[in-house]
Design a protein. Structure first.
Length: 280
């Protein structure tokens, strides 16, 4: 009975998924990425290298044949910092969330070593890479079928559950709040202000905003400030204190703390890294 239910649910869920991209990436030792998020799920398969994978504020060791799943709106980054090149295949998958309980992950993140089963998935991953360059009318069908088989294998081997996340229409009040925060992110904004502006209970407001955008209103404001600060650090010679004031932080120390929490770098280190990248 349970088997029938599961097969029916997979039949309902998997046709709704969409492969956004598949890429092969390779980075030299000491390469550093900046934490970021996506509105879709990413699946990584490590081909070689031993390095670090950061999810939210936690850091995990990764190595060859590790399979990593990161759900939408979860801050993450990969790092090559141990004198070892990092090589992996990454897929962007729309309309799908993975859920699994393990010693490594929670409902936002799954890390599973695939060494014993790599022969089951590497063929599909490498064929997806080949099909990505094909533009004929059969290519999209082939890619979707390969993706379905890959997802089913991940469910089997990691005991993960899957959930379809359809592109639901975002309520007007949430769109209004998002635009309001984008227009006023350098100013002091409170939940009471947002509640008054949108004529919504502030507790419902936080719940609805986070449901549709994956982040609370106040954290969204913080993200906008950090992104503006990144641009100023990269493109101007303003002092750190001045940038903190420009983007709306009450003090340089609070700005530095928030920036480091978001990027795992100090503002000065971020500026230096970006300028080194421009020169290379």
């Amino acid at each position: 009975m349970n088997k029938e239910v599961n097969e029916t649910s997979f039949a309902d869920i998997l046709p709704g998924t969409k492969l956004l991209y598949v890429k092969h990436s390779s980075y030299d030792a000491n390469w550093l990425s900046i934490p970021h998020t996506h509105p879709f799920t990413e699946l990584f398969y490590v081909l070689s290298g031993k390095d670090k994978f950061i999810v939210k504020e936690a850091c995990y060791d990764i190595s060859a044949d590790d399979l990593i799943l990161v759900n939408p709106h979860v801050p993450h980054t990969e790092q090559s910092t141990r004198g070892s090149n990092l090589e992996y295949i990454v897929l962007g998958i729309e309309h799908l969330n993975f859920f699994a309980k393990s010693k490594f992950g929670d409902n936002d993140f799954v890390l599973h070593n695939y060494y014993d089963y790599k022969h089951e998935v590497l063929f599909y991953l490498k064929t997806l890479l080949l099909e990505a360059s094909n533009k004929d009318e059969l290519s999209s069908l082939i890619k979707h079928d390969l993706l379905e088989i890959l997802i089913l294998n991940v469910i089997r081997r990691t005991s993960a559950r899957v959930e379809l996340t359809s592109a639901k229409q975002i309520p007007q009040e949430c769109l209004f709040l998002k635009k309001y925060i984008e227009d006023h992110f350098k100013e002091e904004i409170t939940l009471d202000q947002l509640s008054e502006a949108a004529f919504l209970n502030k507790y419902y407001l936080v719940h609805a905003f986070k449901k549709h955008f994956g982040v609370s209103p106040i954290n969204y404001q913080l993200e906008l400030r950090i992104e503006e600060a990144k641009m100023l650090l990269q493109n101007t010679n303003h002092r750190i204190m001045d940038i903190a004031n420009i983007v709306g932080f009450s003090s340089q120390s609070y700005f530095t703390q928030a920036f480091r929490r978001s990027t795992h770098l100090s503002p000065n280190a971020y500026r230096k890294l970006q300028r080194q990248a421009e020169e290379s």
